[in-house]
Design a protein. Structure first.
Length: 386
């Protein structure tokens, strides 16, 4: 019963970690029309929370030490609720940026804490639980990206972006009622939480390889979230089909993010799975770049979903495999996500600027090709050392 409850808590909390970002892309045309935004400005609504997910991940140890995991996640989900609810009455770009900032802040700290919870509660089933974590997060992302446009058509773009606040409030209440109180010594030890320990980690090649791996992995995902519909629009596909393709991509990524880590527990090595997933991401970029019909696009979407859907749980699993206890896993995951998300925030922003400057959306699939090669090299480096 305790195991079932803890699995349910992981599912409920993880569901909230992407809808604040993926709900934006389907309503890009509304935002451009109603608020007069450029591609660069629209990309900020994706990049700001990703930057925040990097910057504020450094505060994981501080909040866990001061408030404990249970209270911290509860307060952060309430803060997420407030930030998303403000979108229901938003009429300006500035207010959207502010809500994106706060949503990114909350995700930055909840994510690593949830990884520590998995390390502590499921020490012998980390791969499967990372799959559950990824699946739930992907379902949240998919539901938001798949329904935001129809909600905007039926009600308003504010509803399409802000209705998800209700989910955050419900999740906060369920977590507070269901999560066990923190143990007497759940906090990071002074050695682990000290700046010296962090500085020591940042002096290792392993930590920087983890950061770069996570950064490129997140970069291709958030680039896809931000620019897939615009890429297909540049190929003269109708808006309804663009949204359908994005939704199919999110569904497949969600499925792969659960299936692949579950298979990793049973077959092959993490190194081999990294090679497989980076290869599929690489070929998806080539097909997006060269393809010109629906069958080519669907094949590219499938390959990208396998690659991206596998690389995310692999990136979450790596710091757990290099850690011996829950607090160490939280710290390494926090540092990895801190640097990695800052990188990942730059990538869609840079793409948006290039697209404004050149009017060429082929930079999106070229990003997939380049990033997959880098991740293949980094994965081999990391997993050869293990």
């Amino acid at each position: 019963m305790k195991t079932f409850k803890n699995v349910a808590l992981v599912i409920i909390v993880a569901f909230n970690l992407r809808w604040g970002i993926t709900s934006v892309s389907p309503v890009v045309d509304y935002l451009k029309l109603k608020l007069g935004l450029s591609n660069f400005q629209v990309s900020l609504l994706t990049s700001i929370p990703v930057f925040c997910m990097g910057i504020f991940a450094f505060f994981v140890g501080l909040l866990q030490t001061k408030y404990g995991r249970k209270r911290s996640i509860f307060y952060l989900l309430l803060l997420m609720f407030v930030a998303a609810a403000t979108r229901l009455g938003s009429h300006s770009f500035v207010s959207l940026c502010l809500s994106a900032f706060i949503i990114g802040l909350t995700i930055a700290i909840i994510g690593p804490m949830l990884s520590g919870f998995i390390k502590e509660q499921f020490p012998h089933h980390q791969g499967s639980m990372v799959g559950v974590y990824s699946l739930s997060m992907g379902v949240g992302a998919t539901v938001a990206s798949g329904t935001a446009l129809s909600l905007s058509h039926r009600y308003s773009w504010q509803v399409g972006l802000g209705i998800w606040s209700v989910i955050a409030l419900i999740s906060a209440l369920v977590w507070q009622l269901g999560a066990a109180d923190d143990k007497k010594a759940p906090k990071l030890t002074s050695q682990t939480s000290s700046p010296l320990k962090v500085s020591e980690l940042l002096q290792t090649k392993q930590m920087w390889a983890l950061i770069l791996y996570f950064g490129f992995q997140s970069g291709i995902y958030y680039s896809a979230v931000a620019w897939t519909t615009s890429f297909f629009s540049s190929r003269n596909l109708p808006a309804a089909k663009n949204t359908l393709y994005l939704t199919v991509m999110m569904v497949l990524i969600t499925a792969c993010s659960f299936i692949i880590p579950s298979l990793m527990d049973r077959f092959g090595s993490t190194k081999n799975w990294n090679i497989f997933c980076t290869a599929t991401a690489f070929f998806s970029g080539l097909i997006f770049w060269l393809g010109s019909n629906d069958w080519a696009y669907l094949l590219a979407i499938l390959l990208f979903a396998i690659g991206s859907g596998g690389l995310f749980p692999i990136s979450l699993l790596l710091p757990l495999q290099f850690s011996t206890q829950a607090d160490e896993a939280s710290l390494k995951t926090g540092l990895m996500q801190a640097g990695g998300y800052i990188m990942a925030g730059i990538i869609p922003l840079a793409l948006g600027s290039l697209m404004d400057w050149t009017g060429n959306y082929l930079y999106l699939p070229l990003n997939y090709v380049f990033s997959s090669v880098i991740m293949w090299l980094l994965g081999n480096l990391l997993l050869s050392e293990k």
